[in-house]
Design a protein around this ligand. Structure first.
Ligand SMILES: O=c1ccn([C@@H]2O[C@H](COP(=O)(O)O)[C@@H](O)[C@H]2O)c(=O)[nH]1
Length: 274
């Protein structure tokens, strides 16, 4: 099954557009786990077990593992997700972007070492920095397009006078991902829930690619506006929430609280489909 087919199947099976982001920060761990970087796997596995039937995808953010020398725990976590939720695709949020020879290594890291189904990439270095990921048949790659952070517009909102129609940079990325760069239908785009008007614009320019949409929950993005702007029957959207779910409680009931928050968010997204 390709990544896109996996997304469609998980959306159908779990009736969900929600992606639970796994951003383990030991200082925020609840109860007895607090402050212990050796418990990253245990913490994340509990969140996964509590939410696996509620999600379209999981998204571990690699920095939260690497900064604690916890890559081994990430490997175990990926295996755990495969075991308990084989129907749920995993997006490794790594935001890589480098020359082709190095990109080949990053692609091996994401798809072979960690066994991810998709990865996030910066398109800033151009097509030859993206192409090595596309050689991995059936895998997905989400290009940063209009990110959720306030500074995203510093570059992404610049007008490209040298390109026909003088699009903004993020609009140009959307067109490339829908068209000439999307050789085998593996590309998607990252667009922040904090900017629903831009989600709508990206959807108009890239009507069929999947959108990864972070920014609901802790960043305050509007879930209803997000779905209305981006969701189409035939083009999956993957709406990510990390901290609001992982840290829904700072007590030993954190997994139950994560499930409650994930259910509430999932149901809100479903209702917004109209
Ligand atoms: O534009 C972007 C791209 C990626 N992210 C990542 O998503 C999560 C968001 O976490 P929350 O706790 O739900 O705010 C995090 O891993 C970011 O690195 C993003 O926020 N915006």
């Amino acid at each position: 099954m390709t990544f896109i087919e996996q997304l469609r199947a998980a959306e159908r099976q779990n009736r969900s557009l929600l992606c639970v982001g796994l951003d383990p920060e030991p200082t925020r761990f609840p109860g007895r786990l607090k402050g212990d970087a050796n418990k990253i796997y245990d913490f994340c596995a509990r969140i996964v077990d509590a939410t696996a039937d509620l999600v379209i995808a999981f998204k571990p953010q690699i920095a939260y593992f690497a900064s604690h020398r916890a890559e081994g725990q990430l490997e175990r976590l990926m295996e755990h997700i495969r075991r308990v939720a084989p129907q749920v695709p995993i997006i490794l949020d790594a935001k890589r972007g480098d020359i082709g020879s190095t990109a080949e290594q990053y692609a091996l890291e994401a798809f072979e070492r960690y066994g991810a189904d998709a990865v996030t990439l910066s398109p800033f270095m151009g097509f030859d920095s993206v192409a090595p990921y596309l050689k991995h048949e059936g895998k997905g790659a989400f290009l940063l397009c209009r990110t959720s952070n306030p500074g995203g517009a510093d570059l992404q909102g610049q007008r490209l006078a040298s390109v026909e129609g003088e699009p903004l940079l993020y609009e140009h990325v959307a067109r490339l991902a829908q068209g000439p760069w999307n050789l085998n239908g593996q590309l998607g785009l990252v667009v922040g829930a904090t900017y629903p008007a831009e989600i709508e614009r990206v959807r108009a320019l890239a009507p069929t690619v999947p959108l990864l949409i972070p920014g609901v929950g802790a960043q305050g993005g509007d879930a209803v506006a997000t779905v209305r702007a981006g969701w189409r029957e035939d083009a999956p959207i993957v709406v990510n929430s990390s901290r609001a779910i992982c840290y829904a409680s700072d007590g030993d009931d954190f997994a139950e609280a994560a499930r409650r928050e994930a259910t509430r968010t999932r149901d809100g997204l479903e209702a917004a489909k109209g």
